[in-house]
Design a protein around this ligand. Sequence first.
Ligand SMILES: Nc1ncnc2c1ncn2[C@@H]1O[C@H](COP(=O)(O)OP(=O)(O)OP(=O)(O)O)[C@@H](O)[C@H]1O
Ligand SMILES: [Mg+2]
Length: 337
Amino acid sequence: MRNTILEVRDLRTKYITRFREDIYAVDGVSLKIEEGKSLGVAGESGCGKSTLALSLMGYYFPPLHYTSGDIIVNGRNITALDPDTTRKNVLGKEVAYIPQAAMNALNPTRRIIKFIQDVIKAHIPEMSKQEVRELATERFRILGLPEKVLDQYAVELSGGMKQRTVIAISTILSPKVLIADEPSSALDVTSQKMVIKMLRDLMEKGYIKSMIFITHELPLLYNVTDDIMVMYAGQIVERGSAKDMVFDPKHPYSKGLMGSIIVPEPGTRELELVAIPGTPPNLKNPPKGCRFAPRCKYAEDECLLHEIKMKTFGEGREYRCKFSIDYLTEKYNNGKS
Ligand SMILES: Nc1ncnc2c1ncn2[C@@H]1O[C@H](COP(=O)(O)OP(=O)(O)OP(=O)(O)O)[C@@H](O)[C@H]1O
Ligand SMILES: [Mg+2]
């Protein structure tokens, strides 16, 4: 059996607003990732993907607060650590995070090698500048980045090159878990592919032990991650292998998320964009029962009353819906005819 690199148990984290309102953007999330595996996280804007990423690093800045649950990285529960220990021993070293729009955060007037020196200095202060340079050169070479980039300024790099550079800098300490938040969404298709190839290379060459890839586009994750998890209103609604989730989603929301993209079919000129009706709930006051029920075309009165727990079915698959898989499959099949 493979080592479990990351295990999250019933994690709840919240924002406390200026008006003292609680917003549970991560509300009872559990997940597991084994060594060498990657997990994609998909869901509409505002469902809590970035908050989950921030929470998994175990480093909480107001207005984000930890409420309950466990985050176990390589056997160590990081929720039990104080912020200083987390910053020194976990961030960048155990869990690395590439924030949304990270490439725009690089100070344009510094050389790339300076950023790498800073990262290393924070964790391995005894490493000399020469050693840092050797490490960076070797890593850039293996990842297919030109060595000359080390001496360039961020402002001189194209968007795609900047993003790949950010990924190389963030993973220079070979973290156990890399969390990449929408790493390719602002890029053109060619650059997107290069970023994804680089992330896969990092995994295959063992520089990172596991990866979480966040996006709002479920189909993008096919061919990128082993498993996919769909989030809705701070909760996971379905998890399974990338293939199953893309080609055979079961939860009505995952089904809708797949349908809300344009899939060109031979012979069709006009392509229809199928959207999920309605808007996600306000997390200040989420629905009492199933959170998706107010938008779900299969919902019954009872769905609005009782909270639904995740249920397991098949191998490694889970979903959060009152209805059985057989019932849902029949509904979907009838919908087609
Ligand atoms: N600083 C904050 N203070 C209060 N609420 C916040 C704050 N940041 C985010 N939220 C709320 O938390 C919820 C989840 O936000 P989050 O940024 O995690 O969503 P997301 O899934 O990453 O969205 P996107 O796809 O747009 O990046 C949203 O409802 C948002 O309004
Ligand atoms: Mg986000």
